[in-house]
Write a protein that binds this ligand. Structure first.
Ligand SMILES: [Fe+2]
Ligand SMILES: [Fe+2]
Length: 130
C-alpha cells in the first residue's frame, strides 16, 4: 500500500470518503502490479479501472457540490478535467507503446490525488459545514 487514507483526509461525507479510499486502493494495486512485473495487459486494465473510477467519483463529487451550492464548483470541475486529460494522455501513450508505466505515473497520480483532496475537496467540506 503506497497510499493510505487517513482521517485527516475526510471530507465529512461518507460516500465520497469511501470513494477516495477506493481510489487509493486502486492506485496501490496498480503500483504493486508494476513492482511485481505484471503483464502490460494487466497494468493497462488496472490503470483503466482507476481512470474510469476517478471519472465516476468526480461526477458524484460535482453533484454533491452542486447540491450544497458550493460557489467554486466551476474551478473545481476544471481541476478534475485537467487531471483526466493528463491521466488519459498517459494511458494512451502506454497502450500505443510510447510509454513504460513506471513510478513516475504512479507518483503523478498519488501526488495529484492527495494534493487535490487536501486543498480542493476540503474546501467543499468546510463550506458545507457552515
Ligand atoms: Fe475533487
Ligand atoms: Fe475527490
Amino acid at each position: 500500500m503506497i497510499l493510505k487514507w487517513t482521517e485527516d483526509l475526510s471530507v465529512d461525507h461518507e460516500q465520497l470518503d469511501k470513494e477516495h479510499q477506493s481510489l487509493f486502493e486502486m492506485l496501490s494495486d496498480f503500483y504493486e502490479g508494476i513492482q511485481n512485473g505484471s503483464s502490460k495487459e494487466k497494468l493497462a486494465s488496472l490503470i483503466k479501472g482507476l481512470l474510469d473510477y476517478a471519472q465516476i467519483h468526480f461526477t458524484n463529487e460535482e453533484e454533491y457540490m452542486q447540491s450544497v451550492n458550493f460557489p467554486e464548483l466551476d474551478d473545481h470541475k476544471k481541476e478534475h478535467e485537467a487531471f483526466m486529460q493528463k491521466a488519459n494522455e498517459f494511458y494512451e501513450k502506454y497502450t500505443s507503446g510510447r510509454l513504460i508505466l513506471s513510478l513516475e505515473v504512479t507518483n503523478f497520480i498519488k501526488e495529484w490525488i492527495t494534493h487535490h483532496i487536501k486543498n480542493e475537496d476540503k474546501k467543499y467540506a468546510v463550506f458545507a459545514r457552515k
